[in-house]
Structures are given as structure tokens and as C-alpha cells.
Design a protein around this ligand. Sequence first.
Ligand SMILES: CN1c2c(nc(N)[nH]c2=O)NC[C@@H]1CNc1ccc(C(=O)N[C@@H](CCC(=O)N[C@@H](CCC(=O)N[C@@H](CCC(=O)O)C(=O)O)C(=O)O)C(=O)O)cc1
Ligand SMILES: N[C@@H](CCS)C(=O)O
Ligand SMILES: [Zn+2]
Length: 759
Amino acid sequence: MAYIHNLGFPRIGKKRELKFAVESYWRGEINQDELLEKGKAIRVENWAIQANAGIELLPVGDFAWYDHILNTSLLLGAIPKRHVNTDGSVDLDTLFRVSRGKSPSGCACAASEMTKWFNTNYHYIVPELSKDQSFGLSWQALFEEVGEAHSLGYKVKPVLVGPITYLHLAKCADESFNKLSLLDKLLPVYQQVLKKLAELGVEWVQVDEPVLALELPEEYRSALNTSLAALNEQGVKILLASYFDSVKDYYEDIQHYPVAGVHFDCVAGEQDLAKLNQLLNDEQVLSLGLINGRNIWRADLSSIYNQIEPIAQSRGDNLWLAPSCSLLHTPVDLEQEDKLDAEIRDWLAFAKQKLQELKLLKLAIENEELTTLDLYSEPVKARASSKRVNNIMVQEKVASLNANHGKRQSAFSERVKKQQASLGLPLLPTTTIGSFPQTQAIRQARKEFKAGIISAAEYENQMQAEIRYAVEEQEALDIDVLVHGEAERNDMVEYFGEQLEGFAFTQFGWVQSYGSRCVKPPIIWGDVSREEPMTVSWTQYAQAQTAKKMKGMLTGPVTILFWSFTRDDLDKPSIANQIALALRDEVVDLQNAGIDIIQIDEPAFREGMPLKASEWQSYLDWAAYAFRVSASGVKDETQIHTHMCYAKFNDIIGAIADMDADVITIETSRSNMELLNAFEDFAYPNEIGPGVYDIHSPNVPDIVWVKSLIHKAAKKIPVERLWVNPDCGLKTRGWEETRAALENMVKATKELREELGAN
Ligand SMILES: CN1c2c(nc(N)[nH]c2=O)NC[C@@H]1CNc1ccc(C(=O)N[C@@H](CCC(=O)N[C@@H](CCC(=O)N[C@@H](CCC(=O)O)C(=O)O)C(=O)O)C(=O)O)cc1
Ligand SMILES: N[C@@H](CCS)C(=O)O
Ligand SMILES: [Zn+2]
């Protein structure tokens, strides 16, 4: 009967053990053997959790010290020359050098770029390929991990990022070069990997090709055919896996792929179920991604059972059940959450519980009885009818939203005159993006406050001291528009989630964001409203410390939505509008408290875009509207900023204009201001702060470099509309490098003003 497997388990450990181990290794506090032991302990625990939950085929290759795409680059020997060991070999330290920007001699050199993994908040290390790229099996970790799992008696299914997805995600310095032409060189290495796995006694290998969720150009389609033909008959059975959206554009192709099985995402691509069941032959495995790997809700197992029961009877052993995608995107174990509201806790399932759900489904199919499932799903039904979830006042407010709520009082051309008159800022105003270093002392204080070791008053005093410090530093640097530094915020989304009604937050619900960095997304379970101001007193306190302008700092509705676990019983535009209304009140309160410049961050605006290009416009319309609702309750003189990072702007420039922020600050330094082309080509009318240095690196930019970037920007955007700022917030940096970098940024700006006769 049905078989249950898993596509990948969170690798961070129940209490972020991987983060702490890796960071200790970086600081030289533990040696490599100790690090390797800690990694092994996490893998062993993860396999045990999965096996105990009844999973019959365990994933291997889902563990990564930093990122699984980087693992793939090491496996295939595609590592930038600047990071490779002098003898040409690669090892664990090479891996960390690629991600953290070091040469083998220990000098600073550019790290490989990092970007978003499809439409998730996970970041991967972008493979860097060249025209003359060669590939060669270079990293044994996958095979060693298979050996480890076998020695513990587990039946395993190694997971590989497929060749086409790998090439799709890679970048080539020469953008005109067709990456797909490297496929011929790449496939023999994949074949070698498969043969080696076969020799280790592996029966099934999962080849992930999530590019099937995209609307691909024709050449990618034929490359997929070529690739899957080459991977066939290498001694193992291939389970082709796609996830994150429907594969509806490829039904006919999939029918002809020479693979032993196909996994697809039944949650995001529900419509694929009937079609793929019909198209795959009886010999092929149909793997259904039934349990949502992107959220934290307890599954409605009785409904799922009814959906699949007819298929289960006909497919028998060739029906596999799984989560929709790797569980990388969910927290590890709900059992640790002893402080969550009991009713809400019953509505949830984290990675471990999601696997237990699969087992319940399997048993129900075997026994052909639904009672256990009905019982399990009772809290799901209770949530659907819970009075707590619905807030009539909020619903009425959202229902009464109209076009006017998304409009400022006057057009930008009018507002800008009033703002220039009232704000009195110099040419090329300097500012930062919001956060200053989140030091160990800040985090320790918060930890002690949450544990009841220090009082609320002590915590507040300490955070106020941090704010004073940040203000003094900025005044000494002579920055024009100051920020309070966000010391009091654990995270730019979680902080708001903790204060808004309709949100729950966890103690250990960590999810990997990149490398050793994690986030703890809050959970939106009900209608969202604001009980009281969330940022006003901190901002007012900061403003009172300076005669300069203090910028209020908020996270926007689209970003709060996408960086939270969001409810599945209400459409995203409505949730975004609820959040937007709560933020609108906050924006007005900030204005009324004397704050004239307010930034509403939207770094997740681009990431929220659907994977299929044909669905972009409707998303962009509602997302830009929600932003405008949050921003439009103020008078013309109040200057609204927004900030975006991790984005290519070409696809969304129309929507950015539609957001109508007075100023947008963006990440551009790593692209050498190339990302500004979209703004230039579009003749973007409002003000722009293109980032003049990369905050992901500790390297301090020199004055000449910053000036050259501002010069470049001024060729694309009139200088009167330019701001000068870093690429993003400074929370991950230390004070020393921050101070030095900002000093150069300000000096460069002053020199330019002088050259332009504007001082
Ligand atoms: C801008 N980015 C963000 C994304 N998503 C978000 N939800 N938030 C973002 O800011 N996506 C895209 C990018 C990703 N970038 C980052 C950058 C940095 C981090 C990060 O630093 N994460 C921290 C955890 C942050 C946090 O919530 N801290 C809490 C708890 C702190 C803690 O661990 N305390 C220790 C004790 C203190 C100590 O000794 O240091 C403990 O509990 O043991 C807080 O500040 O209170 C990380 O450490 O991973 C994430 C994404
Ligand atoms: N205001 C935030 C934006 C990060 S995208 C910060 O400065 O950290
Ligand atoms: Zn940012």
C-alpha cells in the first residue's frame, strides 16, 4: 500500500545547534573535528525523528553547513577560482570561503552572491559559472552521509538539485553566454554521482527540478528532456521532484520523461493531481506532496483522505505520500512550544508533526477507516469556526476600502515641493536603512528580559541607552537623516507580529534564512488589528535626542505577510489590507508625534511575486495597493520612504512607481548601479537612494569607490533626486566597520557636493 517518504528535513537542529556550532567554528572556539561531530549529531537526530514518525525512505543530502546549492557546487566542482585551495582541491573551509568572502590565504575577497530560493525567504549561494567552465566530482560529503545513514540501518533516498535547476540558478559573468550550453559538460558528472550512489546500494534518487513550477523558455524544456534521458539507467531509479507551484505547463513532457517516479506539489498545484494520475503509467511512482511544507497548519487529514482515496486503491504500492516540498521552510518541532496559547497550538503542525500526519494517512488508507483522521482534524474544524479568528470590525474596515485609501493628498510633483521646503535637506541627503549592529549585549539583554531576569524598566533603559549611542554616532558622522537603530527589535517582522492582534509567536519556531542566520516567522491566525502604537515611543525618544530629522521605521504590509506563516483560510490581498490598515494608524500616529519622515520597508515585495509570470500583474496590483493604504493617511509634508533589497527591479518597476513612495532606497552596490537601469529606462519620477556599499561584507568601502558609484547613479537619475545610503540595514555588522564605512560614505558625499557647488 501507499509508501511514505520525505523530501528534506530542517537542518538547523531543534534549538539552532547548527548555527551555534558553525559560528563557534568561525570564531575559532571549536576545531573542525568538533564541528563535524556536531553536524553528524544533527543528521543522526533528524533521521531518528523521521524514522520514528514512520517515514520509510529518508532523505540524505538535505543537510548543509551553509546552503544546499553551495553543496551542489562543491559536489560538481564548480567553485570560483578565488576561493579554491591552492592545490585546486575543495573542502569544508573552501565552502565557508565561498559564502563568507575569503581567499585561501585569508585575505578578503568577494563572497559569491546570495539570492532568494524561488518564492521563499531562504537564500542560496548563486553558482558562478564561466564560458570555459569544467565540472568534476569534487566533494564526497553526499556519499559519506549515505554511508552514515546505511550504517544506522536506514533506507535512504539521496536528494540532488537537478542539472537544469542548477544551471537556471547559476550566473555567468558574461550574461550573453547561454548557460545551458554547459549541460553537455555537466551531465557526465551527474551520471558519475548516480553510479556511485548505485554502488552504495541506493535504489532511489530524488532529482529536484523546481524549475518546472516556472514558465520556462522552450530551450529549457528540451534541456530537461536531454537531462532526464542522460540520468536514466545509471543504476538507480529517479524520482523527479517539483514543488512550489503547479506543473501544468509540462503535463505532456512529464508523460514522456524516462523516470521511475514523479513527485509534485499537491498543495500549490492541486489541479495536477487528476492529470498526472492519468498521465503516469502504472509502473511509475506517483508521489503526492499532500502535507504543506510551507506553512505550520495542522492538516485536514479527512479531506486529504477523501481526495486521494480513489487513487490509493488503483495505484497501490506505486502511490507515495510526502510533504509538498522539503520541510526546510518549517520549524522543527511543535512539542517544544510550551508557552503557546493551547487552542492555537492545537491548530499547528511543525516538521516533525507533519511527518506524523503522513503516517496517519498511510494507516487510514491501509485500514480503510477514517475515525482517527476525523479525530486528528477536529482542531482544524474548530479553527474554521472559531470566534477568535474573526474580528467583524476589521472585516468591515477592509470591506470599506476604496481607491481613495490608496491615494496621497497630492501627486508627488506637489508633495516634493512641500517636503523640500519643510525638511530643509541638503543635495544628496545621507541616511541609513534602519538597523544598527545588533550586538551580543543587546540580544543578551532581550534574552534576560524575556526570561524575567531583568525588569521591563531595566530593559527599556538599556535599549534607550542603545538608541542614544546610535544617535550620537550618527551625529558624529554628520548623517543628515537619522534612525533610532532598531535595537529593541528581535526581527523586523517578528517585532510587529508580537504586537499585532491576530498573530502568535513561538519560542523555537526558527527557520533558516541564510547560512547560520535564522528567522522566527510569526503566525497570522486571525484578523489583524493594532491595539496600540508599536513604535511611537521609541521613535519619539530617539527624536528627542537630536535636532536632526529622525526617520520612523516600519515594516510594510507585504513583507509582514510574506515573512510570516500566514493563514490559509483568507486570501492574501485581504490579509495584506488588514495589516496595511493597522500600519496606516501607526504611520499617522508617528506623524502626529512629530516624525516627518517615515520609512515603510518592503524587502519581500519582489519575493511575493507568483512563480508564473502570467500571474504577476494581479499580484503587483494588490501588493502596491496594500502598501499605499499603509502610507497614504498622512499629509503631503510627511515624506514616505520605502526600502527594497534582494530584488531585480526590471519586472516590478511599474509597481514600484505605483507604490508612490516619496523616496525608495534600494540595494544596488553589488551590481555596480546596474540595477538602476530599470529606474532610468522607466523614467521613474520620485526620489531614489541607491545603496553605495554592500552591507553583507565587513569590507570598508573607500571614498573613491563610493564617489564613483554616486557618479554612476547621477548619470542615470538626476542628482537632485538622489539620496546616499548603504544597501540595507546594518544589524549583522559590528560597530567598528559600520563607523568606518559610514564615515567614508559621508565624506564621499560631501566631496561631491563641493564639486557640484552645492555646499
Ligand atoms: C532582512 N532579512 C530578513 C528576512 N526575514 C526576516 N524575517 N527578517 C529579516 O531581517 N529575510 C531576508 C533578510 C535575511 N537576513 C537576515 C539577517 C540577519 C538575521 C539574523 O541575524 N537572525 C538572528 C536571529 C534574530 C533574532 O530573532 N534574534 C532574537 C533572538 C536572539 C538570540 O538568538 N538570542 C540568543 C542569546 C543572545 C546571544 O547570546 O546572542 C539565544 O536566545 O540563545 C533577538 O534579538 O532577541 C540569528 O541569530 O540567526 C536573519 C536574517
Ligand atoms: N529597516 C531594516 C530593513 C532591512 S531589509 C533594517 O535596517 O534592518
Ligand atoms: Zn534591506
